[in-house]
Design a protein. Sequence first.
Length: 187
Amino acid sequence: MTIGKKIKLVRKFRKMTQQQLGEAIGIEGKGAANRIAQYECDYRIPQNDMLIDMAKAMDINPLLFVSPVPGSAEDIMQTFFWLDEDNRNAINFFTLIRTNKRGKADMPPEATYDDVTEYWPDEPPVGMWFNYGLVDEFMREWMMRKQELRNGEITDAEYLEWKLNWPDTCDDCGKCEPKKKWKKGNS
């Protein structure tokens, strides 16, 4: 997803006009809406400081637009979040179950899955796990959020809000209070 599409998605989610966003970041007059329109159609690409100002004006984590450390755990998660926003069915989660015992390294790891649900393709999917504690923890919580969305426990808007202010919305899978509230009624 391009930076322009990201800006537009968040601006519309926040129910802001292009004029309002432009003025919120310090662009005056009639040019405010025009400048935001240019950014949203990728005619112009805003500088990082402008993207940070936009993130603040729209009350989202600046990491959504600007990654200070490419390849960091946060950058990896943001990349996945945007892919998920572009296509909600692109990323699916399942819990891996160990089928081989420790000490038998000659056996390849396996995961079992039930292919009778609508979420599985005809061909077996490829699984991936992370040996990167922080990313693994983030993925576990994200799996829980997608499950809550699928079960109707949270709304589409709450799910997007969780991603827009992540990692401040993390609650360690319900074990603690998040820094930033994201569920309706928790503001």
